[in-house]
Design a protein around this ligand. Structure first.
Ligand code: ASP
Length: 437
């Protein structure tokens, strides 16, 4: 027998129908012993997430606006769940406490956390698991710094006392016992923490999609799901804009070498995506995904005999440091160096920066290329396979995309190309179909 820790997101806890799916999924495999849940999410497009309503509640009281109606809406969502699922966890009493605390100036963190707290109480009662509160187990320092090891010890010791338990995600406590939340979407982090603390064999993260896709479905129609991805590849893809799990959510699981399986609550038989701690490429899989980011500027600097000038790049870097501007890539030639910088860091600094470069570098020319995008083709399977780059560049040429920059790390984990932003979608589609379709 193994041990599985699960996390169910807001869409999986949105209503009675969804919570019944959680029950069925838990029942389908007795290894699923620890379950972290989010607050109820949207039931339909125009619906509200409970967490958003709870933050709104705080905002209304801060502005001295009447909050009664909003509190009632939130309360009714939970009362409705209690009635629908035929359980009694004291929701009405819980709301008396919540209202009292609200009147006494409860913090936004406390209010927001009540979504997860009540969701976990309801789901635990419905599926017959113990309820284990995250308060006192998920721990922050007095300054609000998250405490990994202390949490791991406290959580591990408590979980060991429960054969099966449901825990609220998203929050923990400060040393004085007051509630502190993670950033939005933080239940993923709690799920990873519980996996590590329980020494789970797998961390199943249940959501409303069947895993990560190889490309953005808004660009590539019917993009295939990634069945298997290493933590390293995932980091490359998420850095390049693919929407995947939050870095902090991955960290505890990665630290403990626990694979994460992204699954779809609505199609529980889909195997989903496995994020694995081991860096072996899957048989026959050359690329794992394609992702990109828009809005870069390339500053091309040319200086005759640059390659002989000691400290030239260092001077460039120290000027950028003075402006507090990070660089994405620095492809270089013998007498040229290009700086690829995200527009958001340049903003109104660009004019002054170029002026400084002109004054301090003695360059022969400084050119600006705006509206550039970077596209990363990621895959451990590319390493030592001849012809991958040729295929990639060939596909772009065929699609009429001009490649403005190329960067490939020697680890051969990814190939990054710079293209004009107008060609962004075309380039992603071309690369995807060259390798996948
Ligand atoms: N309910 C919280 C949010 O909406 C946390 C989570 O669902 O992960 O951000």
């Amino acid at each position: 027998m193994g041990l599985i820790a699960c996390k169910f997101g807001g869409s999986s806890a949105a209503d009675g129908l969804q919570i019944r799916k959680i029950r069925d999924i838990a029942a389908a495999n007795p290894d699923r012993r620890y379950i972290v849940v989010s607050a109820p999410g949207k039931r339909y497009d125009a619906d509200n997430k409970i967490t958003d309503l709870l933050y709104l509640l705080k905002a209304q009281t801060e502005h001295n606006a009447p909050y009664g109606q909003l509190l009632q809406v939130i309360k009714e969502r939970f009362l409705g769940l209690e009635a629908d699922l035929g359980i009694h966890v004291g929701i009405a009493d819980e709301f008396i406490t919540i209202e009292e605390n609200l009147k006494n100036g409860a913090t936004a963190d406390y209010l927001a956390s009540r979504g997860e707290y009540l969701s976990a109480k309801i789901i635990a009662a419905f599926i017959g698991y113990d309820f284990v509160d995250a308060a006192g187990l998920v721990l922050f320092s007095a300054k609000g710094k998250f405490l990994y090891e202390e949490t791991n010890d406290a959580l591990g010791a408590e979980l060991a006392k429960h054969e099966r338990a449901v825990l609220p995600g998203f929050y923990g406590t400060l040393p004085d016992g007051s509630i502190k939340t993670f950033t939005r979407g933080g239940s993923d982090i709690t799920g990873a923490l519980a996996s590590r603390a329980a020494k789970a064999d797998v961390y199943e993260n249940w959501t409303d999609v069947s895993g990560f896709l190889m490309a953005d479905p808004r660009i590539v129609e019917n993009a295939k799901a990634i069945s298997y991805i290493s933590y390293k590849e995932l980091r490359e893809l998420s850095y390049m804009g693919a929407s995947v799990l939050h870095e902090n959510a991955i960290y505890p699981a990665r630290l403990a070498g626990i694979p994460i399986n992204i699954r779809n609550t609505n199609i529980p038989d889909d195997p989903g995506t496995i994020i694995s701690a081991d860096d072996k490429p899957q048989e026959g899989q050359i690329i794992t995904g394609v992702a990109g980011n828009k809005d870069f500027t390339v500053i091309g600097i040319y200086k005759n005999m640059m390659s002989n000038e000691i400290g030239f790049i260092k001077r460039i870097l120290s000027i950028l440091e003075d402006y507090d501007i990070p660089i994405e890539h620095i492809p270089s030639g013998i007498d040229t160096v290009s700086l690829v910088i995200a527009d958001k860091y340049l903003d109104e600094k660009l004019g002054d920066l170029i002026e400084d470069f002109e004054k301090k570098l003695g360059a022969d020319s400084i050119e600006l290329y705006e509206n550039m995008s970077l596209i990363a083709t990621v895959g451990l399977g590319m390493a030592s396979v001849p012809g991958v780059a040729a295929k990639l560049f060939g596909s772009l040429t065929e699609a009429g995309v001009n490649i403005r920059m190329i960067d490939q790390g020697s680890s051969e984990l990814n190939i990054i190309v710079g293209v004009e932003t107008k060609d962004f979608d075309t380039a992603i589609r071309a690369i995807y179909s060259a390798f996948v379709a």
